[in-house]
Ligand binder design. Structure first.
Ligand code: ZN
Length: 335
């Protein structure tokens, strides 16, 4: 049973509008979100050309806690779950979504607005129980938001409680990159930029490895998208077997009656330069980072960032050229 204080009225029509109303109302009642928003508005930003694409960075000290969070079982056992309903701050309101989920304002926002969509039940971070909701939510939001998922070892700072996040459409560099490649002057650039390797039941393509290598799925049928994602996950596990699920970040948007899914396969949770020492970088890449917006909590790290450091981070956490070529061959060969 959900305490009444946590719920607003939730008819499915106009969900995006209701979320925006919640976002605008909450800072007045909830100082933590007001502080997070103030920090976001003061955040420094810079962009660099890296790996043939423009990568942006946001220096946001509010993200220090999530970037430095230990996700090993001992660390998780020591801290109370921040997403369980009975532990939410009393000022935090929620919109109930499809009986099993709560849409919450993210108190350490990277975007304005930025939402966390948390499962009502305390269950581990896994894509299989979340994918259907991601597809439904992006459609129910009329394409106004991109919904993303961090794997339990790929940037999720709360891997013991299933959750998603939502950012305004177009806020992530990977989306703008796709649009600019498709809409560029050269009519063939999109065809060359995306190496389409499968066409049934959904189109599956790969971006060039020299960018941030990612798999793109496009389709109009949610069951077919689920099958396509499941196939990619199975193949990823053949290349880099990891429990409890293949390492990846996944983002979904919905436009013109079809879904676009980005999957960024991962080979590492954090880069070798990760750490809190003066020569380290406290950067713990998740979906937002691999999509092209690097989140940097410490100003000293932000000042030391170079295209070389950024390129090294991507190279270490994303698939290698060899792994990516292997994935391509498996995708082509799979019956
Ligand atoms: Zn929980």
């Amino acid at each position: 049973m959900i305490p009444e204080r946590c719920l607003t009225t939730t008819p499915m029509t106009g969900l995006a509008r209701r979320m925006l109303q919640l976002w605008h109302r909450q800072p007045a009642d909830w100082p933590q979100l007001a502080d997070g928003l103030a920090a976001l508005r003061q955040a420094t930003r810079r962009s660099w050309p890296v790996c043939n694409a423009l990568v942006s960075a946001q220096c946001n000290p509010v993200r220090l806690a999530s970037a430095s969070a230990g996700i090993d079982p001992a660390s998780l056992a020591k801290r109370p779950c921040q997403l369980c309903l009975d532990r939410l701050p009393k000022q935090q309101k929620a919109i109930e979504y499809r009986q099993d989920w709560l849409i919450l304002c993210n108190p350490a926002p990277l975007f304005d607005p930025h939402f966390t969509i948390a499962s009502k039940s305390h269950q581990p971070q896994r894509i299989s129980p979340a994918l259907d909701t991601m597809l439904a939510l992006t459609r129910d939001l009329d394409g106004a938001y991109t919904v993303f998922y961090n794997g339990p070892k790929c940037g999720a700072s709360l891997p013991d409680h299933l959750h998603l996040q939502a950012a305004p459409i177009g806020a992530l560099p990977c989306e703008r990159e796709l649009a600019s490649r498709i809409c560029g002057n050269d009519g063939n650039s999109a065809r060359r930029w995306i190496d389409w390797v499968r066409d049934d039941p959904v189109r599956v393509g790969l971006t060039p490895h020299c960018y941030r290598p990612g798999v793109i799925l496009v389709g109009e049928n949610s069951d077919a998208i689920c099958q396509g994602v499941a196939l990619v996950m199975t193949l990823l596990n053949k290349i880099n077997p990891v429990e409890p699920e293949s390492m990846m970040n996944l983002l979904i948007t919905y436009t013109e009656d079809r879904w676009i899914v980005w999957i960024f396969p991962r080979q590492a949770h954090r880069p070798s330069c990760y750490g809190s020492g003066p020569n380290h970088f406290l950067i713990s890449p998740g979906s937002v980072d691999v999509a092209g917006l690097l989140i940097v909590p410490r100003p000293t790290d932000f000042d030391r960032l170079t295209p070389k450091v950024i390129g090294d981070i991507y190279e270490q956490v994303l698939f290698s050229n060899q792994q990516y070529a292997h994935l391509r061959s498996l995708l082509v060969e799979h019956e």
